[in-house]
Design a binder for this molecule. Structure first.
Ligand code: FRU
Length: 489
C-alpha cells in the first residue's frame, strides 16, 4: 500500500470506523479506533494525562506499515483517541515506525522509536532498523527530528545482530539519558544494548547490558528496566523462548529478571537461570512500564499473541488487538506481584454478593454478564478440584479450575467459543487451604489475578453473545468464603 500522511490516516479512520463490527469490542480495555494494533508504546504520565501510543495499522485488521496510534486518559480506564502521532514513510522510517518509548524533556513530550526499512524483496530477511526521535510541545502533534536517525547501523557494536536492533526504552539516570535496545548476539541469544546521551539526539554506545542464553529466546524485543524497592527489574519479550514445564507455552513470552544495575559500566547483574513469566496466560506480550505521580510502577501490554487465531480479523470485524487492563507492579518477597489499577473500582456497579456457601457439585449463580469483575475466595475443604465456569452458554464455557493433587491452577478455553483454544497451567500453593481469585471479564477477554497478584493469566476468548452464565463447582466438598461480583460500567 502506498503510504499516506497523518491527515489521510486520520481521515481514513473517521470515514471507516462505522464499519466496525462491535460484537467482540471490549468495554474497558484500550483497542485501536479501527484496524490493527500490537505493542503499547510511549507509555507516560505527561502534563496531567496518561498517554499511551500503540503499534497501529489504521487501514486494515492485519499487521502492516506501522503507525503510532495515540490515546490519553485521566484514570487508565477511560481512554480518548488522539490523532495518529507517527506515520511511516520518511527515509529513516520508510516501512514502519516500530516500537519505542516516551520521555519528557524541557516540557516537551519526546518519542524515541525504531525506523524499519526494507532493503530487498524478502521482507523476512532484507531489512534494517535505526532509532529515531520525534517531539511535541502540545502532546498531540509530533515533529520528527530533522537529523534522524539518532542511532544508525554504524553504531551497532560488534557481537550484535546487524538487523534486529529495536524498541528503544529511554530513562534518565543522573545527568544522562539512557536507551536500551532489544537485539541478539547474531547467534540466537537475545540481548539488550545500552546507549547514553545528554540531549536525546547524540548517543554513544555504553555496553551490552544483559545477554540471554540458549533457553531464553533467540531475540529479545521491547526491553524495560526499573527500580523497585532497591532492586532492579529487567523485562524483555523473548522470541521463541524454550518451554519450561507449564511455562512459556505461547509462541513468545515476556519475562523478567531481578538483579542489580551498574549504570557506569552498563551492566545488569543477574542470574540468567532465574527468570519468570510476567503473565502465565495465553495472550500477553511486549509489556512497557512507566511511573506516575502517585509513585506507582505501572505496566501495560498487548493482550494478544503473534501467530494466534484472531477472529476479529475476519468476517468484517475490521479490528484486531487490545491492551491489558493496566496493572501496578509490587515486589513481595523478592517476586513481582501484579494488581489491577485501583481506578477500575470506580466503575463497579450492581454488586452481587455471596458468603459462606458450601458446594459439592456445580451451582449456577443467579447473576450473569460479559463485562464484570468477580472476586472469590475458595476454602478447599476436601475437594480434589474446584473453580469457576464463566461465559457459559449452549456448549460453551471457560473453566478456571484448581486441582489440589497437582497444586495446579488451570485456565481452559477449549470450549470458549470460536477462536483460539487450549489451556494454560501454573503451580499455585493454597494458603491456609484457600485460593483467592480476582477475575476481569470484558466481552472477549479474561484476566485472572491469583492470590492477590502472585500470578496473573490473561487470554482472549470469543464466546457467543448469550454465553453469559456463571457457576461455581467442586469435586468433593468445598466452601466459598465470599464471592463479590460487580458489572464494570
Ligand atoms: C514486538 C514487535 C517489536 C516491533 C513491533 C513491530 O511485538 O515485534 O519488536 O518493534 O512489534 O510492530
Amino acid at each position: 500500500m502506498e503510504l499516506k500522511n497523518i491527515n489521510d490516516a486520520n481521515k481514513y479512520i473517521q470515514a471507516n470506523k462505522s464499519r466496525l463490527n462491535l460484537q467482540y469490542r471490549l468495554k474497558y480495555h484500550l483497542m485501536g479506533e479501527y484496524g490493527w494494533i500490537n505493542d503499547p508504546n510511549g507509555f507516560i504520565y505527561y502534563k496531567g494525562n496518561y498517554h499511551l501510543f500503540y503499534q497501529h495499522n489504521p487501514y486494515e485488521a492485519v499487521w502492516g506499515p506501522m503507525h503510532w496510534g495515540h490515546a490519553i486518559s485521566k484514570d487508565l480506564v477511560k481512554w480518548s483517541y488522539l490523532p495518529i502521532a507517527l506515520v511511516p514513510g520518511d527515509d529513516f522510517d520508510k516501512d514502519g515506525c516500530f516500537s519505542g518509548s516516551a520521555i519528557e524533556k524541557d516540557d516537551m513530550l519526546c518519542l524515541l522509536y525504531t525506523g524499519h526499512i526494507y532493503t530487498g524483496p524478502d521482507k523476512s530477511k532484507d531489512y534494517k532498523q535505526v532509532q529515531n526521535l520525534a517531539y511535541s510541545k502540545d502532546g498531540i502533534n509530533f515533529i520528527k527530528y530533522s537529523k534522524n536517525p539518532v542511532i544508525g547501523e554504524k553504531q551497532i557494536p560488534e557481537e550484535a545482530s546487524k538487523k534486529d536492533f529495536r524498541d528503544p526504552k529511554v530513562f534518565k539516570n543522573g545527568q544522562y539519558y539512557y536507551m536500551m535496545l532489544g537485539s541478539n548476539d547474531g547467534n540466537e541469544h537475545g540481548q539488550v544494548l545500552l546507549y547514553k546521551s545528554t540531549n536525546l539526539k547524540d548517543w554513544d554506545f555504553v555496553n551490552i547490558l544483559a545477554r540471554g542464553n540458549e533457553n531464553t529466546g533467540y531475540n529479545w524485543e521491547c526491553p524495560d528496566l526499573f527500580e523497585l524497592q532497591g532492586k532492579y527489574v529487567l523485562m524483555v519479550s523473548a522470541e521463541h523462548i524454550k518451554t519450561r514445564g507449564n511455562d512459556f507455552n505461547s509462541t513468545h513470552s515476556s519475562i523478567y529478571f531481578i538483579g542489580d544495575l551498574d549504570i557506569n559500566k552498563g551492566i545488569f547483574k543477574f542470574d540468567i537461570d532465574d527468570y519468570q513469566q510476567i503473565d502465565n496466560g495465553f495472550d500477553f506480550y511486549a509489556p512497557q512500564t512507566t511511573s506516575d505521580k502517585l509513585g506507582r510502577r505501572l505496566i501495560v501490554a498487548w493482550m494478544d499473541m503473534w501467530g494466534e487465531v484472531m477472529p476479529t480479523q475476519e468476517r468484517g470485524h475490521n479490528w484486531a488487538g487490545a491492551m491489558i487492563l493496566p496493572r501496578e507492579i509490587l515486589m513481595v518477597n523478592g517476586k513481582l506481584y501484579f494488581r489491577p489499577i485501583k481506578e477500575i473500582e470506580n466503575y463497579r456497579k450492581n454488586h452481587y454478593k455471596l458468603i459462606n456457601l458450601k458446594i459439592d457439585g456445580e451451582k449456577n449463580l443467579d447473576t450473569y454478564g460479559d463485562c464484570y469483575e468477580l472476586e472469590v475466595e475458595f476454602e478447599g475443604g476436601k475437594a480434589e478440584e474446584f473453580g469457576l465456569k464463566i461465559r457459559k452458554g449452549d456448549n460453551e464455557e471457560t473453566i478456571l479450575s484448581y486441582k489440589r493433587d497437582e497444586s495446579l491452577f488451570i485456565f481452559d478455553r477449549n470450549k470458549s467459543g470460536i477462536g483460539p483454544k487450549g489451556e494454560r497451567k501454573i503451580n499455585v500453593a493454597l494458603k491456609n487451604n484457600k485460593l483467592k481469585l480476582r477475575v476481569f471479564v470484558d466481552v472477549s477477554s479474561v484476566e485472572i489475578f491469583i492470590n492477590d497478584g502472585e500470578k496473573v493469566m490473561s487470554g482472549r476468548i470469543y464466546p457467543s453473545k448469550n454465553s453469559v452464565n456463571i457457576s461455581v463447582y467442586s469435586k468433593g466438598e468445598c466452601k466459598i468464603n465470599y464471592l463479590n461480583k460487580w458489572d464494570i460500567v
